[in-house]
Ligand binder design. Structure first.
Ligand SMILES: CC(C)(COP(=O)(O)OP(=O)(O)OC[C@H]1O[C@@H](n2cnc3c(N)ncnc32)[C@H](O)[C@@H]1OP(=O)(O)O)[C@@H](O)C(=O)NCCC(=O)NCCS
Length: 166
């Protein structure tokens, strides 16, 4: 299912056939450096199954980000279930060769618009590793505001978090 079409990108729901492309992202240690590390194919297959089910049951999930020109899936951007903060989390991971081209901001904006149109939630949250300056910049550009620090189960550490209020 297509979620959004932006100037350069298509966002669509994930399916089982995306596992190879996802391994370029979730299986890459550099990409996942601030997100709990790279996963094995087996782990990411389970994650994909979980996310496909999340989409069916709740109407949100991480979406595949496709380059309109090449048709390649080179990123994921979308939503994780409520975390320790009690709010649905915005997440984004892109293959390294595509960093620094404005894709995270473009895809993140499309996800926020989708959440608003679908009435999924009244606020979004995002934890960041304090060393992940790129991610903090994306959140601020998207209109998230710093709210404090809290324990993040995903990383096992206390981290700053940002919130977007609709
Ligand atoms: C973090 C990440 C999503 C940023 O994606 P991106 O497509 O490069 O981001 P954008 O191009 O939209 O950049 C937005 C702004 O952040 C800046 N930025 C991007 N990476 C940066 C970095 N490493 N350090 C400092 N600023 C950075 C850009 O210059 C841009 O600012 P500008 O508009 O003033 O020029 C990408 O690097 C990535 O996928 N990293 C690995 C996964 C990850 O860490 N995800 C977040 C987990 S919380």
């Amino acid at each position: 299912m297509i979620i959004a079409s932006t100037q350069r990108l298509i966002l669509r729901t994930l399916d089982e056939s995306d596992l190879d492309d996802l391994m370029n992202i979730w299986g890459n240690p550099e990409v996942m450096r601030y997100s709990g590390g790279a996963g094995s194919r087996e782990q990411e297959k389970k994650a994909l199954t979980f996310y496909i089910r999340l989409q069916t049951e709740k109407g949100y999930s991480p979406f595949g980000v496709i380059d309109k020109e090449s048709k390649e899936l080179f990123g994921v951007c979308g939503f994780n279930p409520p975390s320790d903060l009690g709010a649905i989390e915005l997440m984004y991971h892109f293959a390294k060769e595509n960093w620094g081209k404005g894709y995270a901001t473009e895809a993140g904006k499309a996800c926020i618009d989708y959440a608003q149109q679908q009435g999924i939630t009244d606020k979004l949250a995002a934890f960041i590793d304090p060393a992940n300056h790129g991610s903090e910049k994306v959140l601020r550009k998207l209109g998230f505001q710093y709210e404090g620090t809290a324990f993040h189960q995903g990383s096992g550490q206390v981290e700053p978090y940002f919130v977007y209020h609709f």
